[in-house]
Design a protein around this ligand. Structure first.
Ligand code: THG
Length: 366
């Protein structure tokens, strides 16, 4: 494949010098920013992630900052998830939808103060939507994109590495909570979260100037832990059922179709945008939904939806797929119509290299 030509529109991150020095071999573009896709190979990176610890440049998870007296009110307008019990120091995975119930993004919300939130976004221009909602409802808030770049530390040795740099207190941070930790005199929110099922942390690096000093400190401290540069791993995230906005679901899907109904509290009186549309789908139930699929045979990278067929009729599509070394099959994520979504259902996938047999799984692998 050809290279991605560098330009101002494809933003570098504070960690890009470290990523390049580590020998990044593949990039994608996410929120108009560079996101590494592999270093040694997707398979080699996968084994290393599951056995050691990696440092990930996920600066492309940009923050939409919401500040001011109406911040909490705006946040609740943006998501069908009930935020009334969300405390300062918590992170919530929050589907965000438009007025038709179509998914606009699936970010992580970070509550920094009663009147200050970060929305850690997936790959869509959510800033524009949030600014427009704030303006349209004449809310007393400021909405901007701060100089904040997440750095994820993922893998079984993440606790060991982080304790060396930030002290043993880091071990007490609970899942989807954050604490403030000092690095070179700056207090950084560090959460126990991340786009893998191997455990770890996300450091919200405020101020690009400390990006490389932090990167270097982590690699120096983790030498004997075999720390490496890594990135969200295609195989591992499919095994874990971690969804990719723009791939596995789009604005054409409701959260219920995406399997995110458990993050929607439409029965309670949450006055969010899209509430009426979601009340309808919650009542009727979706007619298609995200499923794990095991696919037989050799497959190419999934760079467009692959039709799912049964008896010659289209019953869905596959949007993410990869060979899994640990499970000895191709693991995949697809959207499957209700007539064929029961576990054990045999279907066929129309890949660019030909038809492949597949079976709907009861759940994801991790
Ligand atoms: N971390 C942060 N920002 C992000 C991502 C992240 N922004 C972009 C993208 N990833 C958003 N999508 C997701 C998808 C899944 C999860 C987080 C963000 C996730 N899910 C867990 C799971 O499914 O097991 C837990 C969800 C829960 O139980 O609350 O972590 O990764 N900062």
């Amino acid at each position: 494949m050809a290279i991605i030509s560098p330009s101002r529109r494809v933003r570098r991150t504070p960690f890009t010098p470290g990523v390049e020095a580590a020998g990044v071999k593949g990039y994608t573009v996410y929120n108009r920013m560079l996101l590494p896709t592999f270093f040694e190979s997707v398979v080699a990176d996968y084994h290393h992630l599951k056995n050691h610890v990696q440092v990930w440049d996920v600066a492309c998870e940009r923050q939409v900052q919401v500040r001011g007296p109406d911040a909490a009110r705006l946040m609740q307008m943006l998501t069908p998830r009930d935020l009334t019990r969300m405390e300062v120091g918590q992170c919530y995975y929050v589907p965000m939808v438009d007025e038709t119930g179509g998914m606009l993004n699936d970010p992580v919300a970070v509550k920094l103060a009663e009147d200050r939130f970060w929305i850690s976004i997936a790959d869509s221009d959510l800033l524009l939507w949030v600014k427009a909602v704030a303006l349209g409802y004449r809310l007393d808030v400021l909405v901007d994109e701060p100089d904040v770049s997440p750095l994820a530390i993922q893998g079984p040795q993440a606790d060991a590495l982080m304790a060396r740099v930030f002290g043993d207190e880091i071990r007490a941070v609970r899942f989807f909570r954050f604490g403030l930790f000092n690095f070179e005199g700056r207090m950084l929110p560090i959460a126990r979260s991340g786009y893998s099922k191997q455990g770890g942390y996300e450091i919200y690096v405020e101020g690009g100037d400390i990006g490389m000093p932090l990167w270097d400190a982590l690699f120096k401290a983790g030498e004997d832990l075999q720390v490496r540069a890594g990135c969200p791993n295609l195989i591992e995230r499919i095994e874990g059922g971690l969804l990719s906005y723009g791939n596995d679901m789009t604005r054409d899907n409701t959260p219920h179709e995406a399997g995110l109904g458990k993050f929607c509290n439409t029965t309670s009186a949450i006055g969010c945008i899209g509430r009426d549309a979601l009340l309808r789908v919650a009542k009727e139930g979706p007619v298609q939904q995200i499923r794990a699929l095991a696919i037989e045979g050799d497959i190419a990278p999934c760079d467009r939806p692959w039709p799912l067929l049964a008896g010659g009729k289209k019953v869905g599509q596959v949007t993410s797929a990869a060979r899994s070394p640990d499970y000895g099959t191709n693991v995949a994520i697809g959207m499957v119509r209700m007539t064929h979504w029961d576990p054990g259902t045999a279907v066929e996938v129309e890949t660019p290299d030909g038809m492949r047999r597949a079976v709907v799984q009861e759940k994801f692998w991790i």
